[in-house]
Design a binder for this molecule. Sequence first.
Ligand SMILES: C[S@@+](CC[C@H](N)C(=O)[O-])C[C@H]1O[C@@H](n2cnc3c(N)ncnc32)[C@H](O)[C@@H]1O
Length: 499
Amino acid sequence: MSVWSAGYVTDIAYMTGWYRQQSPAMMALACLLGSVAMKIPQGDDPVHVLELGCGQGYGAMLLAASNPAWQVTAVDYNPAHIAAAREWAAEAALTNITFIEGNLATLAEEAVGRQIPEADFVTMHGVWSWVPKVVQDGIVRLLRDKVRAGGAVHVSYNALPAWGPAIGMQRLLREAGQRLGWRSDRQAEEGLAIVQALLDAEAVHLNRSPFIKGLMSRLGAAPVAYLAHEYMNEQWKPCFMADVAAALSDAKLEFVASSQLTENFPALTLTDAQRAVAQKFEDPLMREMIKDMCLERSLRHDVFVRGARRLDNAARDAALMDVVIGLVIHPGDLPLEAEMPAGQAQLNPSFYKPIVDAASRGPARVRDLLELPAVEGRRDNPAELLGMLVGLELADVVTRPDAEPGAEAIRFNRATARRFVRSENIGRIIGVASQRIGAGIGATLLDLIVLERLRDGHPEMDDLLRQIAPLPEHVEKMREALDHSLRVRMPILRAAGVF
Ligand SMILES: C[S@@+](CC[C@H](N)C(=O)[O-])C[C@H]1O[C@@H](n2cnc3c(N)ncnc32)[C@H](O)[C@@H]1O
């Protein structure tokens, strides 16, 4: 472990990932659902987004490429991450993003930190519970100095009590791995094998926990970079939400909602009996504690606001009615039920079907969708409509409904496709920039290759099929994937203004 790293893994780069919970539109929508005023930022607004602990900067670049009028600043202390991010941004010729190689423990006091402009939206994914207290304190000082009055902060972290049973497992994995491996990815693999061996040998503190068993069933397939950055840090410490809220209150930040939108609906997350207990409390932090006690989910995506301005129900609904959304599924794929922590949520087809059909034709305002003559059901509940459609990832907020595919997004998507072109990535969901959505939208690598060809005027796909299915036994499966991409995915990406 190098001295400058303060115990955080730096000998292997973190994987490239993007997360829709980090987008300002999602943060703003969360605020509105939490009855706090927040303008959903439009593509042409002078917005400054700051990402702390940005890794290789994929998520930050997606926002920059999707919103050329915004400024994005992204910070990480790992020079390998910043070098990779700068190279990628240069390849896409992005001019509205700045990468800073800086240590969050001290950045607030350094000249480079002082020069960072005030931010409207700050995001930090996968940082808070993985870094030591001196870094958390530095983050709070930075937030105190940099978050604009009325601005929002997204912070994700490993939450207690969900992670409680796995504290011993992480310690075992790290200690065993350090003794058996050299670089931290090898250490993580070795440590994981020891945990598995002890689980198989019915070690009581592993074997009794359904949470650990669930984790272990997934970790075998996880990328080694993820394992190293999740489990090999010296100071990993899952947190109670109330403690994060107390720390951030020093930056005048107040908890508002979750950017995992469905979590803002008690009817979806808690059973009737659990809700009855939660309703005894007005204090939102107490309600969150009860939620954390009842939910299996282990990663929180909290949104805090500096100077939360509360809305009454009428003002909140008026703001939600004006939100514009676009469908990101084929209308025929509308699910009629969704598995939620409180049980199965039903999506009544006589309400949702006409709405989804209309939204599939192009971006639409919530108010107009609810006023469609064919809709049967409650037309006065925009929160529920947005919670279900956007929360379940069936639709996205659209911030520039008329935007054509912009040059920055096209260049970034090309650079991204070049980076990910490897056969093992062909079905992987990656984020592509959309100036219409003002954020990333999910696509497979195959989708990205297909859309580049369509854009270049090559609608014939037979030679592509030969490339991606060199062996006869793969042809049928790949033909199906290509057909799905052309028939289902391309209309969605076209409606999202990607090409
Ligand atoms: C788990 S990764 C998450 C990266 C990115 N946010 C993502 O979700 O893909 C945590 C990141 O925090 C960075 N980090 C850790 N300690 C830091 C510090 N003291 N100052 C700046 N960055 C730090 C790491 O280098 C790493 O890129």
